[in-house]
Design a protein around this ligand. Structure first.
Ligand code: HEC
Ligand code: HEC
Ligand code: HEC
Ligand code: HEC
Length: 149
């Protein structure tokens, strides 16, 4: 007798549990994006969305197809391994349509970004104190950015 009476509590509890689970499934159905899990633990459609974003960098191989002279000059100097767009900034638009001219580089800002003296840099890396070294005279007065240095 008393067993079935007590079992009523258990059935009510089990019923609430089932209701909570159904609510969870419903919420999950609406909240989890459709393509989630298609390839792994992420939204499958994200791949297409990222691939569709516009390119900003063209890559140095692309620059070199039109500016072979500069690529050639650069090979002879210390900046051999510095990519075009590391200095010129992202130029995919210019590479697709050369009539879009790149902005002129301000060397007093650009060069010290890499060459300003800092104890955090490897000792062998060429670094200067810009005030002592050139005192505001633009770097390209004495250095050629592409090769001469
Ligand atoms: C399809 C050919 C083409 C590609 C690719 C290309 N350029 Fe150019 N670029 C030109 C032409 C044409 C000019 C304008 C003529 C000139 O001054 O040589 C120019 C001009 C420039 C200038 C300005 C020259 C000046 O007189 O001020 C820079 C800087 C430059 N390009 C850098 C780049 C970089 C960096 C890349 C790679 C991201 C690149 N270009 C890719 C054709 C190209
Ligand atoms: C270390 C930095 C640096 C790198 C790397 C670099 N440039 Fe330049 N480039 C400059 C500076 C500085 C100027 C002169 C200012 C300006 O024109 O904006 C310049 C000028 C130019 C010009 C104008 C015309 C000329 O002959 O001066 C072109 C075109 C050019 N760069 C293309 C390239 C290409 C293509 C590459 C890669 C093969 C490249 N640059 C790599 C810094 C750099
Ligand atoms: C993106 C970083 C970067 C920028 C920007 C940059 N450089 Fe460099 N520079 C380098 C690297 C890397 C080397 C090679 C270091 C080595 O040989 O270990 C170098 C080497 C040099 C050297 C040769 C030093 C020596 O060993 O005698 C000079 C001079 C120099 N750069 C001047 C400049 C000037 C001037 C500018 C601005 C037009 C400039 N750099 C912009 C990275 C940069
Ligand atoms: C008045 C001419 C002049 C100007 C302007 C100038 N330099 Fe130099 N730079 C030199 C000479 C000459 C050397 C080689 C002798 C030396 O190592 O001091 C040199 C060497 C360097 C080196 C190599 C240092 C090393 O330890 O090997 C770097 C890096 C450098 N310059 C960067 C720059 C930068 C960046 C600018 C612009 C802020 C600049 N220079 C402006 C004349 C100049």
């Amino acid at each position: 007798m008393s067993l079935t009476k007590d079992a009523g509590h258990l059935f009510r509890f089990a019923f609430l549990f089932v209701v909570a689970f159904v609510v969870f499934l419903l919420v999950r159905h609406f909240v989890v994006p459709k393509s989630f899990g298609e390839y792994g633990h992420y939204r499958g459609a994200a791949i297409g969305e990222i691939a569709a974003r516009p390119l900003h960098y063209a890559g140095h191989e692309t620059c070199e197809t039109c500016h072979a002279d500069i690529a050639e000059a650069k090979k002879a100097g210390k900046h051999e391994n510095v990519s075009c767009e590391a200095c010129h900034g992202p130029l995919a638009k210019h590479a697709n349509d050369p009539s879009i001219q790149p902005v002129k580089i301000n060397t007093t800002v650009l060069c010290i970004r890499c060459h300003a003296e800092s104890a955090a840099k490897p000792g062998g890396f060429p670094q200067i104190d810009p005030v002592q070294h050139s005192g505001g005279v633009p770097c390209e007065t004495c250095h050629q950015p592409h090769n001469g240095l």
